[in-house]
Design a protein around this ligand. Structure first.
Ligand code: F6P
Length: 404
């Protein structure tokens, strides 16, 4: 075992569910091994400024007991700061001095790809750190705390939107966070039984979306004895058009890390569908036939977009994320004390703690399009002509790996 007496806890990047479980379990596990923990506040911004701090919060048993692991967000605070971008030639010395000032022997750092890339940089400079994967985007190689909480919230919000959609016979579009991968829209959308899910991995063919929407919407109204119908679309903020070009509002600018802030995908989808509806005489005819056409006032079904934004990563953590966060936090402490650092925690299975190099863990993981086909065959539109699911059959030999 390595001589580690004090661990600093950092959470960085976008906050999400399960992080407080990480903070708590790192602390409680450390205490059980005679090690202290303290909060390096507000992510890498706090790490850079640590040297000037008077007294960072030491997580005593009483202090850690006051943290609610079920609440999303992080008691340790967040920022989006890339250390290498700081225009201070002394930045790494300053960080080392800050760690020495408070006798911090190692760091547990929870964050996504950006945070992980900074951690690799710190580890290469001899700072002892272990990475706990965190991102609601689910775009890392291992599971990351926060993903399950967010997709559950997306599923709930989307599913609940159907009541208003149905009452007004509207087409509802939900634009969700997830950056340049579609995991949250995909899994949240399936969870909500959305009719259409648009993800960055599939350039959107809006003729196909319109065809599916028109057919399904009309069928619903047709079958309803009160002539009620709706159609639900979940769209990733990072979708591309048919040419593979990203759709975003240039005016939104970039965040502190230098990433473009994504916005405008929901509005773009609405406009594409409205254009097609406006020039489709069959829709007006349908409205007339069903008795809800009002000339000059209400000639076409309305399409509305809803952007839950930060709500999808706020509020409460899922029970799964609390469990994963607590296991991963405990694993991180044990790795650090064992002298295994510069790595990312993957999972805990029985007595085995799995980990991998952080530079590999942060490689972008895309949605598996084979699984998309599985759902296309069940009638969900993914903005393209459905692709058949080609099954391979595998018999599992021996013991099954447990999930939790
Ligand atoms: O990476 C997590 C994430 O929630 C993305 O899905 C989203 O694009 C981004 O963060 C929003 O970041 P911010 O909180 O800085 O607005």
């Amino acid at each position: 075992m390595r001589e580690i007496k004090r661990i600093g806890i950092i959470t960085c990047g976008g906050d999400c569910g399960g992080l407080n479980a990480v903070v708590k379990s790192v602390t409680q596990t450390a205490h059980s091994m005679g090690v202290e923990t303290l909060v390096v506040p507000n992510g890498y911004a706090g790490l850079y400024n640590l040297i000037d701090m008077e007294a960072p919060v030491v997580l005593t048993p009483a202090r850690v007991d006051s943290i609610d692991a079920n609440l999303a967000g992080s008691e340790a605070g967040h920022s989006r700061v890339k250390i290498s971008k700081i225009k201070d030639p002394d930045k790494y010395r300053k960080i080392r001095d800050g760690l020495n000032k408070f006798n911090i022997d190692g760091l547990v750092i929870s964050g996504g790809d950006d945070t992980g890339s900074v951690m690799v940089d710190l580890a290469e400079r001899g700072i002892s750190c272990v990475h706990v994967p965190k991102t609601m985007d689910l775009d890392l190689q291992p599971y990351s705390v926060g993903g399950d909480s967010s997709l559950n919230r997306i599923a709930r919000f989307t599913e609940e939107l159907k009541t208003t959609g149905l009452s007004h016979n509207r087409i509802m579009i939900v634009e969700v966070f997830g950056r340049y991968v579609g995991h949250t829209a995909f899994r949240g959308g399936v969870g909500a039984e959305a009719d259409c899910i648009l993800i960055p991995e599939i350039p959107v063919d809006f003729d196909e979306v319109y065809r599916h929407m028109k057919m399904r919407y009309m069928q619903r109204v047709e079958r309803s004895d009160v002539k009620a119908g709706t159609y639900t679309i979940v769209v990733s903020e990072g979708i591309t058009d048919a040419k593979g070009e990203h759709i975003y509002d240039e005016a939104a600018g970039v965040d502190a890390f230098g990433h473009r802030k994504l916005s405008g995908a929901g509005r773009y989808v609405r406009k594409q569908l409205e254009q097609r509806m406006n020039t489709d005489p069959e829709i007006r005819e349908f409205m007339k036939k069903k008795g809800f056409y009002v000339p000059g006032v209400y000639e076409l079904p309305e399409i509305r977009e809803v952007i839950p934004g930060h709500l999808v990563r706020s509020g409460h953590s899922s029970a799964f994320d609390v469990n994963f966060g607590k296991e991963a936090g405990a694993a991180a402490v044990r790795l650090l004390l064992h002298g295994i650092d510069g790595i990312t925690v993957v999972k805990v299975r029985g007595r085995k703690i799995y980990y991998m190099p952080t530079k590999d863990a942060i490689k972008q993981r895309l949605v598996d399009l084979n699984i998309v086909s599985l759902f296309e065959q069940q009638g969900i539109c993914f903005g393209r002509e459905p692709v058949p699911y080609e099954a391979e059959f595998m018999s599992v030999e021996g013991e099954l790996e447990r999930h939790l």
